[in-house]
Write a protein that binds this ligand. Structure first.
Ligand code: FAD
Length: 281
């Protein structure tokens, strides 16, 4: 609000009659219109998954419920088999153009694209919050929480996977799952593109953010002074370090799973009137 007030004071004409809420609506509309006109790459109208509405087939081979981080991947992978009919059911709407802009992702919180959940009361946490309950944003849209999250790309730790495998879960050791991490990943960070831990051909683009808060350098220097590693691959041999994040971003914009896995990347899987296999309803 302070930001909007300062804009209002700097404008060469008088907006005194406008409420702040109206001013923010105007600002949002102007940004949205500008994006639609000048950034058709962000709007990406052709490639966004389409709601198939009432056009359901009589039967499907697979129905995936929830088009969030994991559901989008499931639907995409299943639809690689061209004879399988896959229906993806998502409770919420699609992404907005704002969700692409990392700094504006919070705009989905407390809207229809958020389940708007308050954590249960517990005396052990959220004690400073009203009623002792934290607000807990949860994406209710295509891409799910991958549209609301902090985009930090850190895989689970090798020891967790290996302990699951040791408990009898065949196929869950880190060496077993690594090929799938690599298959899904489109690593763009130069130093890691030839690493045995990374893949470069997958749809989930990973890059270094283009902007860091100024305090980052100081934190990294402080960690250096304490002897904490600051220049390692956080998805490599060791994960104990203080490093600049690898992020699920593409060209500086958020790369949600809806963008990575549900927008067609090859012509065989283009959505069309006759042959779509992965509908969203
Ligand atoms: C604010 C925030 C920041 C985070 N930051 C990071 C981060 O930086 N890095 C990281 O790795 N992780 C982060 N996470 C965690 C990560 O985003 C989640 O763990 C992950 O997205 C969960 O994926 P999921 O597929 O299990 O669920 P979701 O992505 O939540 O997907 C579930 C989907 O199912 C849909 N759905 C639910 N019920 C139904 C129904 N009955 N019918 C149809 N559809 C339904 C929902 O609408 C939703 O789209 C963050 C999470 C939050 C909330």
């Amino acid at each position: 609000m302070d930001f909007l007030n300062s804009i209002r004071q700097r404008l060469p004409f008088n907006l005194g009659f406008m409420q702040l809420s109206q001013l923010s609506m105007l600002a949002v509309t102007l940004i949205e219109v500008s994006l639609f006109i000048f950034r058709t790459d962000i709007v990406d109208r052709q490639n966004r998954p389409k709601d198939i509405g009432p056009r359901l087939l009589d039967s499907y081979d697979f129905v995936v419920i929830g088009g969030g981080s994991s559901g989008a991947v499931m639907a995409s992978r299943l639809s690689e088999i061209s004879r399988w009919k896959v229906l993806l059911l998502e409770a919420g709407p699609g992404e907005t153009v704002f969700s692409d802009v990392p700094a504006l992702a919070g705009g989905n919180v407390r809207t229809e694209r958020d389940w708007q959940i308050d954590a249960e009361y517990d005396p052990g946490y959220c004690r400073a919050m009203t009623g002792g309950r934290c607000y807990f944003p949860q994406g209710k849209l295509l891409g799910g929480n991958s549209v609301l999250n902090g985009m930090v790309y850190v895989r689970g730790n090798r020891r967790d996977y290996d302990s699951w495998a040791a408990q009898g879960n065949e196929g869950w050791s880190y060496d077993d799952v690594l090929p799938y991490f690599k298959k899904s990943e489109g690593m763009t960070i130069q130093g890691y593109r030839n690493s045995p831990y990374h893949g470069t051909e997958g749809p989930l683009t990973v890059e270094v953010p283009r902007f860091y808060a100024p305090v980052t350098d100081r934190l990294v220097r402080a960690a250096d002074e304490l002897g904490i590693p600051t220049n390692i691959d956080i998805n490599g041999d060791s994960q104990t370090a203080l490093v600049r994040s690898q992020c699920t971003m593409r060209n500086g914009f958020r790369c949600s799973t809806a963008k990575a896995f549900l927008r067609p990347t090859d012509t065989n899987r283009q959505d069309n009137e006759e042959g779509y296999r992965c509908g969203v309803r």
